[in-house]
Structure formats: C-alpha cells, structure tokens
Design a protein around this ligand. Structure first.
Ligand code: ZN
Length: 125
C-alpha cells in the first residue's frame, strides 16, 4: 500500500509528539486519487496536510469530524506551474480525478473521499 508519489512524512500527522503519525489510517482511495492528481498535473505537488490525529486536530481548531481525522482528506497547495498556477486551475484537475469533495482556498484545494470516491465532485465550496 501507500502512495507512489507522496512519502509517509508528507502524509502523516504534522503535530508535535501527539501520535505516531497515523499514516496507516489514511483511506487507500485517497492515496490512489492523490497519485492520479499528481500524474495529471504532471509535476510535484505539495500537501500542507493529509492525516491529522484527533489531538492535533483540536490544537489547530479543526472540526471534530474533520475528513483529515478520518483519513479521507488532504490539502493540496497550488503548485504555480505555468499550466496550474491558480487554485481554480488546480480544482480543474481535482475535478477530473473525481474527489467526492473539492474546496477552493487562496492557498490551493482541500480534497476528500468522504464517500470512498462514489460521489465524484458532489461537495463543492
Ligand atoms: Zn498527531
């Protein structure tokens, strides 16, 4: 298992001493779709957050049922490539991959597979 393009370090909880990283709690469907996204964009992507344990989630003020805590969500930074230089352009690629949820922010996109990939592009913000 695991991701072809993203290391455990990139995927695990980034809290300080709160847990063992929890990379094993990440939904394999999320990893598969993040790899697909990486392939479609055709260049390195940076994740600001993927898995987050309940303790660290509380520290950063995340909602208790956050998709990050459930292992379903990731925050992908806009890579600033010529062909993908805005959050909206990144969202276009996310849409092609078919994450269940895509949220556009000024730093990039939140994506998640809350329905295990069965509701592609259904939740949008
Ligand atoms: Zn943690």
């Amino acid at each position: 298992m695991g991701s072809r393009y993203f290391s455990d370090y990139e995927l695990e909880c980034h809290g300080d001493g709160c847990c063992n990283g929890g990379v094993d709690k990440i939904n394999p469907i999320l990893l598969q779709k993040l790899d697909q996204l990486r392939e479609m964009v055709g260049g390195a992507l940076e994740l600001s957050c993927a898995y987050r344990c309940p303790v660290h989630n509380e520290e950063v003020g995340g909602v208790p049922n956050s998709q990050h805590v459930l292992g379903n969500g990731a925050d992908v930074q806009t890579p600033n490539y010529r062909w993908c230089s805005t959050p909206e352009e990144l969202a276009w690629y996310c849409e092609k991959v078919g994450f269940d949820a895509i949220g556009i922010y000024d730093w990039g996109c939140h994506v998640d597979v809350r329905d295990n990939g069965e509701s592609p592009n259904y939740y949008r913000w």
